[in-house]
Design a protein around this ligand. Structure first.
Ligand SMILES: *[C@@H]1O[C@H](CO)[C@@H](O)[C@H](O)[C@H]1NC(C)=O
Ligand SMILES: *[C@@H]1O[C@H](CO)[C@@H](O)[C@H](O)[C@H]1NC(C)=O
Ligand SMILES: *[C@@H]1O[C@H](CO)[C@@H](O)[C@H](O)[C@H]1NC(C)=O
Ligand SMILES: *[C@@H]1O[C@H](CO)[C@@H](O)[C@H](O)[C@H]1NC(C)=O
Ligand SMILES: *[C@@H]1O[C@H](CO)[C@@H](O)[C@H](O)[C@H]1NC(C)=O
Ligand SMILES: *[C@@H]1O[C@H](CO)[C@@H](O)[C@H](O)[C@H]1NC(C)=O
Ligand SMILES: *[C@@H]1O[C@H](CO)[C@@H](O)[C@H](O)[C@H]1NC(C)=O
Ligand SMILES: *[C@@H]1O[C@H](CO)[C@@H](O)[C@H](O)[C@H]1NC(C)=O
Ligand SMILES: *[C@@H]1O[C@H](CO)[C@@H](O)[C@H](O)[C@H]1NC(C)=O
Ligand SMILES: *[C@@H]1O[C@H](CO)[C@@H](O)[C@H](O)[C@H]1NC(C)=O
Ligand SMILES: *[C@@H]1O[C@H](CO)[C@@H](O)[C@H](O)[C@H]1NC(C)=O
Ligand SMILES: *[C@H]1O[C@@H](CO)[C@H](O)[C@@H](O)[C@@H]1NC(C)=O
Length: 520
């Protein structure tokens, strides 16, 4: 008995060691050994204790390790992704990494070293040491203590496509490091750690996040607009220099001739007019963000000539004058944001003919005009609209009934204008509405009792002259989070159904003539 048991052990042992390097789902031995050499440097707080101790010899099943299951040869290696992010622990003190430890991973495609307090490589090693990894396409070095010199040598990584360098200790004038980015397709040099992330994402439905995620990021960069970043870099597709301190005019010394589809210069200190000559005719632009600068003057009509431009953000500048009508009517935009400037004129006729616009933000300007009431049975509506923000302007007149025909409207903000009259019954047709803000107008009459959009989340109606009892409007709105009806002339008792709104967390009813208690 004893003897045969030992024989089995030996046979299994031999089989394992023979199969080990050829099993399709198992890691290669030399890669496992290399991982075990790395482990002590990244195992603070015992993050990686499971690696060999619990998960056994198949390193492809270890935390943060991903293998290519279709690789059969040992020439490229099997390990393709290594995520060592946050494995060192915060505040462990800066340290220097031995780049040679990564050399065995010949097939490595993606390496994540973020949040590890790495200050650099060991003496006589530069980032170029990693250039032996000729399959490396994604490198995340964010939130460490890398300094300037790392960036200077980034060019050595010829296979690199995406580099995240956010939150490191790089500063100074960028002019010297341009050659470092010759192969990187996405260049993003973003501002301080404390900057709120991608404020723009909030305006839409979040779909733009992937475009905006910073890929290369530096701290506190200043100077004039870095024309060089475009001129000798014809492969560049996205330029994100958001949240820095670039000053002066946005200007180009020669007719642009490149592949740029996204430019984000928002949150800088650029000033002067937005260039209007053909120097700014980027026919390849799909997204252009110039918000939070000090641009002044009129919006140049040439922006309308960028036929593929779908997202334009000029908000939070000092732009004045009228908006070229075509910008709203005939452009290819799906998102147009001109909020918080000094723009004026009657924008209503253009809005009525908005063709492809999905999100329109014109809030915080000096726009005037009256919303006309038209024959709802024949009028062609701007049906593409999903979000409209016209708040903080000087619009007036009655709320038009045709708003109820904008079938996919999700957000409607008209607060702080001079609208008057009733909330039309047709608003009850807005079945996709999530956000309604009509506060600080002169609206009167009662809230239509049929108003119960199934997905409504926020309703702001304060500061009007709405009257009558709270009938059955919103009584069924389990998604309602905010209900602000303060400062109106509502009467009657507070209905019991308010206590049954399961998501409600903000309720303002003050400054009305309502009676009774708020049911809890
Ligand atoms: C996996 O390996 C196969 C064969 O070597 C290769 O064609 C493929 O590109 C590899 N996949 C990745 C994601 O590296
Ligand atoms: C590392 O990053 C990946 C991807 O974001 C994440 O899923 C994982 O939890 C992170 N690891 C640690 C230890 O935080
Ligand atoms: C790297 O890890 C960080 C932290 O977990 C994560 O936010 C980031 O998305 C990861 N990067 C990649 C390229 O997966
Ligand atoms: C760096 O790692 C390599 C490979 O493991 C090793 O041969 C070398 O001695 C290490 N260098 C230092 C300075 O520790
Ligand atoms: C672009 O390249 C040309 C030719 O190599 C060179 O003369 C010029 O200075 C470069 N421009 C910039 C801004 O680096
Ligand atoms: C912009 O460039 C496109 C093609 O590159 C051209 O057809 C168009 O006429 C130009 N527009 C202006 C205003 O220069
Ligand atoms: C804008 O579109 C309207 C029809 O929708 C058309 O009549 C008008 O000519 C267009 N204007 C321009 C400048 O293309
Ligand atoms: C707003 O426009 C009106 C004319 O419609 C003008 O009288 C007023 O000065 C403008 N206000 C601002 C702040 O530009
Ligand atoms: C607009 O909505 C009304 C109902 O409020 C409907 O009678 C009318 O046919 C709609 N018009 C169009 C063009 O869809
Ligand atoms: C509000 O509308 C009423 C008429 O319905 C009018 O008398 C009043 O002046 C308006 N108030 C303001 C502030 O426009
Ligand atoms: C509120 O409604 C009452 C009648 O219900 C009316 O007498 C009063 O003038 C209204 N107040 C305001 C500010 O509209
Ligand atoms: C990066 O290092 C700092 C301090 O070490 C210098 O002040 C910067 O000028 C330098 N930046 C560049 C681009 O060389």
């Amino acid at each position: 008995m004893m003897e045969s048991k030992w024989v089995w052990f030996i046979i299994i042992g031999v089989m394992l060691s023979v199969l080990e390097d050829s099993l399709t789902d198992a890691c290669l031995k030399h890669e496992r050994v290399a991982l075990l050499h790395l482990k002590p440097f990244f195992n603070h707080f015992n993050y990686l204790y499971k690696w060999d101790e619990e998960k056994g010899w198949d390193c492809c099943r270890w935390e943060g390790v991903e293998c290519n299951t279709t690789t059969t040869t040992t020439t490229t290696g099997r390990l393709i992704r290594l995520s060592l992010n946050s494995t060192r622990g915060y505040n462990m003190g800066d340290w220097y990494l031995n780049a040679s430890l990564f050399h065995p991973f010949k097939g490595l495609n993606s390496l994540n070293l973020s949040y590890n307090s790495i200050a650099g490589f060991l003496e006589n090693q530069g980032i170029e040491k990693l250039s032996r990894l000729d399959n490396l396409e994604t490198l995340d070095l964010s939130y460490n203590s890398w300094r300037n010199n790392t960036l200077f040598h980034m060019g050595a990584l010829s296979s690199l496509k995406t580099l995240n360098f956010r939150g490191n200790l790089v500063e100074g004038n960028l002019l010297h490091i341009q050659e470092a980015f010759s192969s990187v397709k996405t260049l993003s040099l973003q501002g301080q750690l404390s900057d709120p992330d991608n404020e723009l994402v909030k305006v839409g439905n979040g779909n733009f996040l992937p475009y905006l995620s910073p890929k290369v990021q530096l701290k506190a960069i200043s100077g004039t607009f870095p024309v060089w970043s475009l001129e000798n870099n014809t492969k560049l597709q996205e330029l994100v220099l958001k949240g820095n301190s670039f000053r002066g005019h946005l200007s180009f010394s020669s007719a642009p001739n490149f592949d740029l589809s996204l430019m984000d210069m928002s949150d800088n200190k650029l000033q002067g007019q937005i260039p209007s000559n053909n120097m700014f005719n980027f026919s390849t632009f799909e997204m252009l963000f110039l918000s939070k600068n000090a641009f002044e003057g009129n919006i140049p009509p040439c922006l309308n000539g960028m036929k593929d431009l779908s997202f334009l953000d000029l908000s939070n500048n000092h732009l004045s004058g009228r908006v070229p009508q075509e910008l709203i009517m005939n452009s290819s935009f799906s998102i147009l944001r001109l909020s918080n400037n000094n723009l004026c004129g009657n924008v209503v006729p253009a809005i009525l003919k908005a063709n492809k616009l999905r999100n329109l933000y014109l809030d915080g300007n000096n726009f005037s005009g009256e919303m006309p009431n038209v024959d709802v049975s024949t009028f062609r509506f701007p049906t593409s609209l999903q979000e409209i923000d016209l708040s903080n302007n000087k619009l007036y007149g009655k709320l038009p009934r045709w708003i109820g025909n904008i079938s996919y409207l999700e957000r409607l903000a008209l607060s702080n204008n001079n609208f008057e009259g009733c909330i039309p019954m047709e608003f009850c047709n807005l079945n996709t509405l999530e956000f309604l803000q009509l506060s600080q107008n002169n609206l009167s009459g009662s809230i239509p009792s049929c108003f119960n959009p199934p997905n409504i989340e926020h309703v702001h109606l304060h500061g009007n002259r709405l009257s009558g009892p709270l009938s059955f409007a919103l009584y069924n709105s389990s998604s309602l989070v905010t209900l602000d009806l303060g400062g109106n002339n509502l009467t009657g008792t507070i209905p019991k159904w308010i206590g049954t709104l399961s998501s409600l967390s903000v309720l303002f009813l003050r400054a009305n003539h309502l009676q009774g208690r708020i049911p809890i």
